[in-house]
Design a protein. Structure first.
Length: 164
C-alpha cells in the first residue's frame, strides 16, 4: 500500500507515492536525491539528519514523510544561493568547523536557524542550540567558533530563510 505525499523542498514542489512508514530522511535522500542531509544513528541521537520542517529544525529520522505532506522542508542544499555560500557555510570553512563532515549538514541547519532568531548568540546559546547533535571528531570548539564567525560576518542581511 502506498500513499501520495506532496512536499515543498527547498522551494520546489514534489509529489511521490510512498509507503506510509517511510521516514522523511529517506524521502529526501532516496526519493529526491538530496544527499546533503545524513542518516546516522537509527536512534535520533546524532542529529546528522536535521532539516527544517516549516522553519523549525527537526531530526528527519523522527518524522514520517507522510507527516510532511503539504508542508515546507529545507535542507542543507538550500543554504547556498546563486553561487554564494551562506555565512554559516563560510564560517565552517574559515574556522575548520568540520573534520569528517558527517554531522556538518545538521549542525549548519541548526546554526542557521539559531542565527535567524538570534543574530548574536553567545557561546552558551550556541552550545545549547547544538546540544541535540553529536560530533565525534571536533570537540565542538571549532563548530562554536564557526557559528560565532557567521554571526560576526552576516553578509547579505536577507538570508535565504526569509524567502521560505
Amino acid at each position: 500500500m502506498t500513499m501520495r505525499v506532496a512536499v515543498t523542498v527547498n522551494g520546489t514542489e514534489y509529489a511521490r507515492d510512498v509507503e506510509p512508514r517511510l521516514l522523511l530522511i529517506h524521502f529526501i535522500r532516496d526519493e529526491l536525491g538530496l544527499t546533503g542531509s545524513h542518516w546516522g544513528c537509527d536512534t535520533s541521537n546524532c542529529g546528522s539528519c536535521v532539516v527544517w520542517l516549516d522553519r523549525k529544525p527537526v531530526k528527519a529520522c523522527t518524522v514520517l514523510a507522510a507527516m510532511a505532506d503539504g508542508r515546507i522542508v529545507r535542507t542543507v542544499e538550500d543554504l547556498e544561493r546563486d553561487g554564494r555560500l551562506d555565512p554559516v557555510q563560510q564560517g565552517f570553512v574559515a574556522c575548520h568547523g568540520l573534520q569528517c563532515g558527517f554531522c556538518t549538514s545538521g549542525m549548519m541547519m541548526t546554526a542557521r536557524w539559531l542565527l535567524d532568531r538570534n543574530p548574536d548568540p553567545d557561546e552558551a546559546e550556541i552550545r545549547e542550540a547544538i546540544s541535540g547533535q553529536i560530533c565525534r571528531c571536533t570537540g565542538y570548539e571549532n563548530i562554536v567558533r564557526s557559528v560565532r564567525w557567521a554571526a560576526q560576518n552576516p553578509g547579505n542581511p536577507e538570508h535565504p530563510a526569509e524567502t521560505l
